[in-house]
Design a protein around this ligand. Structure first.
Ligand code: MLT
Length: 428
């Protein structure tokens, strides 16, 4: 039996259908609310508002559940690879061996970028933040592949754009870093797997042999899986709304990169390390800063703790915590900043003040630590987040376009001046 919800307003009753998803989440379908009642809803930040239905990712903030196309994040992080998870998110099913080999070969074929991209890169000063470089280079693909601007896309063209994006993003990310370091760029090495190729493009130097550490490559692959999608977060919602105007997939992904850049979203992992470095510079007294965090008159806030969706724990954080411990042990990393992180972590997990406020270490806390341990520079952390989130953005853009969703155009409640007449400047 279909459910419904009733609304009473100014003595008039209204009834709206309630839809229920496959995980028993229910939503009031208010498509006819304004036409029938003249009312709209108001929900800044959309915390209570569903923008769409989606079959890609399910998360339960109360229970700490995260699944990609029904598969548990714990299983995928342990047993899958980032490319296999990318295929799953984008095409809906785990690939057969033949499908995976074709997908992987198509991506390998597109890792190289047009030489003219280097002219764009050289236009950036070395102090350019790599996220700004990355979003610009991704958007520049609209110039090199103008067919992508055609809103009428067939499956082959979409699949080609998808392969280009997944293949070229690591090249662009590594080149953004090389531009910052003032080093010559490295070209892709298609004999390597996805993460090893990225690490070599990042860290190989002329006239020096560079061997990828398999421990680092494996940890990075796991990190990318954990970041691959997260339902309708800020950057994914940005990709969907830009794509809803029938803008190209490259322009839509570029917009998502820019949304992710903010310190309240993907930039949080960079802010975590900057916080730890500030504590170290101030003497390294973690307890002093834990007390500051508890003092409501003190503006200091702990970065990397708690989550707007997960109420008890972020399942990704649990997996990354173990990966971070493993990597730090295997690499024998000895870093005072990471020692401070451990003190803050233990306090957050055991101090009733933080427990009562669900201020547990989140995915950004541990990803910042592990990226630092892997030798990734701090302002590249959010680029790593973007590298991981790319297949999720692509999958959500593809779902939105295949479902023929309308252009996103939210309403507002106007609170400005009422009608008034223009007064010439000499009479004001
Ligand atoms: C994410 O993975 O996108 C972040 O946890 C933020 C979010 O989901 O709102």
């Amino acid at each position: 039996m279909s459910e419904s919800a009733k609304l009473s307003f100014k003595g008039q009753d209204y009834e709206f259908p309630v839809i229920t998803g496959t995980e028993n989440e229910s939503a009031i379908d208010i498509a006819k609310l304004r036409a029938s009642s003249g009312l709209i809803t108001l929900d800044p930040g959309y915390k209570n508002t569903g923008a769409t239905t989606s079959a890609i990712t399910f998360l339960d903030g109360e229970e700490g559940i995260l699944r990609y196309r029904g598969y548990r994040i714990e299983d995928l992080a342990e047993k899958s690879t980032f490319l296999e998870v990318s295929y799953l998110l984008i095409y809906g099913e785990l690939p057969t061996q033949a499908q995976y080999e074709n997908f992987s070969k198509e991506i390998t074929h597109h890792t190289l970028v047009h030489e003219d991209i280097k002219k764009i890169l050289e236009g950036f000063p070395s102090n350019a933040h790599p996220m700004g470089v990355l979003s610009s280079l991704i958007c520049s693909l609209t110039a090199f592949y103008p067919d992508s601007l055609n809103p009428v896309r067939n499956k082959e063209e979409v699949d080609l754009s998808i392969a280009r994006l997944i293949a070229k993003m690591p090249t662009f990310a590594a080149w953004a870093y090389k531009n910052e370091m003032g080093h010559p760029v490295n070209y892709p090495d298609n004999s390597l797997d996805y993460c090893s190729n990225f690490l070599k493009m990042m860290f190989a130097l002329p006239a020096e042999k560079y061997d990828v550490d398999p421990v680092v490559a494996s940890a990075l692959d796991k990190l990318l899986i954990l970041h691959a999608d997260h339902e309708q977060n800020c950057s994914t919602s940005t990709v969907r709304i830009v794509g809803s105007s029938q803008a190209s997939i490259y322009a839509s992904i570029s917009a998502g990169i820019n949304a992710l850049w903010g310190p309240l979203h993907g930039g949080a992992n960079q802010s975590v390390i900057e916080m730890l470095e500030a504590i170290k510079a101030d003497g390294g007294d973690a307890k002093k800063y834990l007390d500051k965090a508890k003092d409501k008159n003190d503006p200091f806030r702990l970065m990397g703790f708690g989550h707007r969706v997960y109420k008890n724990f972020d399942p990704r954080a649990k997996i990354i915590k173990k990966a971070a411990d493993d990597v730090l042990e295997k690499l024998g990393v000895n870093d005072p900043v990471l020692d401070i992180a451990k003190e803050l972590e233990q306090a957050a997990l055991n101090d009733q003040y933080f427990i009562d406020r669900q201020l547990y270490p989140n995915v950004d806390f541990y990803s910042g630590i592990i990226y630092r341990a892997l030798g990734i520079p701090t302002d590249m952390f959010t680029v790593m987040f973007a590298l991981g989130r790319l297949p999720g953005w692509i999958a959500q853009w593809k779902e939105m376009r295949e479902n023929g969703e309308p252009i996103g155009r939210p309403r507002q409640v106007y609170t400005g001046p009422n009608e008034r007449d223009y007064v010439s400047m000499n009479k004001r």
